[in-house]
Design a protein around this ligand. Structure first.
Ligand SMILES: [Zn+2]
Length: 303
């Protein structure tokens, strides 16, 4: 049997929302906000042109704030037939929020995306991949089909464990005996996980932010291109079937030097037998239908 590789781009249209600091209340820098506007306008246009040239459909994770602020730009994405998924309202880090706040954001953003696209979104990715212990349970409750935030594997889909709230956190104010207990057994949920991967993300190497210690901004695109190719080569050698989801942002990959990197990467990956360019929704559809394999995540103990 030949190889089958499902390759897909997840495009996070954080735009202005990621620079507003609603999460912390810190001052928003108007220059940073302008970078978000660049992403939502120039960045989106350049990426749409690229996908059209490649002849592929992709998945756009869009904070509802971006849809309400740039409806004409996102209409181009929608009308070109790309998938639109959830990414918060103003790019909130859900791990810092109360359960009620998480619910309110899901309710409002699902409503806005549903009205905008005419159908309920199927997928969600956590802003900055900052999840909460309630994430999977809430996605199930809100009828979402898949998540793209966790990292139990790097190239195989699986049903996300819902027991992720079962570990005990250490607390220096308590006796050590209070936390010396194993994690309880992981139990699969109904949410399909399309695993996230920081090493297939354009933000940390290519985005300069004076406030985000994890960003760099001056990494040679050929260094990152090799890093992404090496991951692809290993997986292609070791697996008969695997997925290769890449995460990018219009305000980063819309820059000339990064756009050229994607052109080279596309040529390289596309030259392999068995490669298909799909949306994450299509990956998940195949996994649920049993036409594309995956793994089972095991761990923990029944205590
Ligand atoms: Zn984001």
């Amino acid at each position: 049997m030949g190889k089958r590789v499902l390759v897909g781009y997840g495009i996070d249209v954080d735009a202005v929302s990621g620079w507003l600091n609603t999460r912390t209340g810190a001052r928003a820098n108007p220059t940073d906000v302008s970078r978000g506007i660049f992403g939502a306008t120039v960045g989106i246009d350049r990426l749409l042109k690229l996908w059209e040239k490649f002849g592929i459909k992709t998945t756009w994770f869009v904070p509802a704030h971006s849809i309400e602020s740039f409806p004409e730009q996102l209409a181009k994405v929608r009308d070109a037939g790309h998938e639109i998924g959830l990414h918060g309202y103003t790019h909130e880090f859900v791990g810092t929020l109360t359960e009620k706040q998480q619910r309110d954001i899901l309710t409002k953003s699902i409503d806005i995306l549903t009205k905008f696209t005419g159908k309920k979104p199927k997928g969600w990715t956590a802003p900055a991949w900052d999840t909460s212990k309630k994430t999977i349970k809430l996605l199930e409750e809100f009828g979402i089909e898949y998540d793209h935030s966790f990292m139990h594997h790097d190239s195989q889909m699986y049903y996300a464990p819902s027991g992720s709230e079962s570990w005990v956190e250490t607390n220096v104010e308590k006796e050590a005996s209070t936390w010396m207990t194993p994690m309880t057994a992981l139990k699969p949920s109904s949410i399909v996980e399309v695993p996230a991967n920081w090493h297939l993300d354009d933000w940390p190497p290519f985005q300069l932010s004076l406030k985000q210690a994890s960003t760099h901004g001056y990494v040679d695109t050929r260094v990152v291109e090799q890093l992404w190719k090496d991951q692809f080569d290993y997986l292609y050698r070791e697996y008969d079937s695997f997925i290769f989801p890449m995460s990018i942002h219009p305000q980063v990959s819309g820059k000339p030097q990064v756009k050229l990197m994607h052109e080279r990467l596309f040529e390289y990956i596309n030259n392999h037998e068995g490669v298909e360019w799909v949306t994450m929704e299509e990956m998940v559809h195949e996994f649920k239908a049993g036409t594309f394999g995956g793994i089972e995540v095991k761990g923990g103990a029944d205590v």
